[in-house]
Design a protein around this ligand. Structure first.
Ligand code: DLZ
Length: 196
């Protein structure tokens, strides 16, 4: 049994929120349950399916630029009435997205209230682990502070694949951290609106 030391879960009302998710495609067997866990909690908080936009990038390194552009695209939409494009369209979304082929196609428009960045970095698989992990962490924080949109840090930086599995709810009795990211996105989205 892996003990979970995260915050006590809080359910906030996400029915008025738009949430973006950008995930890497490296280590997709770990990414998939994390993404599912995040989306399940978004739905549980009342976020409408049409207000959840999922985009993919090759690896975690690409997460900061994708989050930055996705947010910028959603701002453009909301200021250009009748444009009719979704954030996915503006980012150049591909219908070949690995884990979520159609999730952006019926999306509504408007700026995102929070964006979740999901990636899995496993040290054993890259000599550049420290560089990538450090740059991605700093990049995502920079995007968050520069834009003012809460960016939820859904990047696992682990030493082994088993450690990753234990954080994705794959190992018996383990906790899926993706669920925490979904809850954090809704809480921060609601608070961001209140602080605006
Ligand atoms: C190159 C690379 C390696 C070795 N390992 C990972 C990893 O464990 N997790 C991950 O998300 N991405 C990895 N990448 C890919 C880089 O993040 C990036 O996509 C490429 O270097 C291209 O810029």
């Amino acid at each position: 049994m892996v003990h979970h030391k995260g915050p006590a879960p809080q359910l906030h009302d996400g029915s008025n929120l738009r949430i973006g998710i950008v995930h890497a495609r490296w280590n997709d067997t770990i990414i998939e349950p994390l993404l599912a866990g995040a989306k399940a909690k978004l739905r549980e908080c009342g976020v409408k399916e049409s207000n959840i936009v999922v985009q993919t990038v090759p690896g975690s390194w690409e997460l900061p630029i994708a989050v930055q552009r996705l947010y910028a695209a959603s701002q453009v939409q909301s200021s250009s009435s009748g444009a009719g494009a979704t954030a996915g369209d503006l980012l150049g979304s591909s219908t070949a997205d690995l884990l979520s082929p159609t999730s952006s196609s019926s999306a509504s428009t408007g700026p995102f209230d929070a964006i979740i960045a999901i990636g899995v970095l496993i040290k054993g698989e890259t000599m550049h682990f420290e560089y990538i992990a450090g740059a991605v962490s700093e990049g995502l924080m920079r995007v968050s502070l520069d834009t003012g949109v809460p960016v939820i840090f859904g990047v696992l930086t682990v030493l082994t694949e088993d450690q990753a599995k234990a954080r994705a709810g794959i190992i018996e009795g383990s906790h899926n951290h993706g669920e925490d990211w979904g809850l954090a996105a809704v809480e921060m989205g609601v608070k961001r609106k209140a602080w605006a």
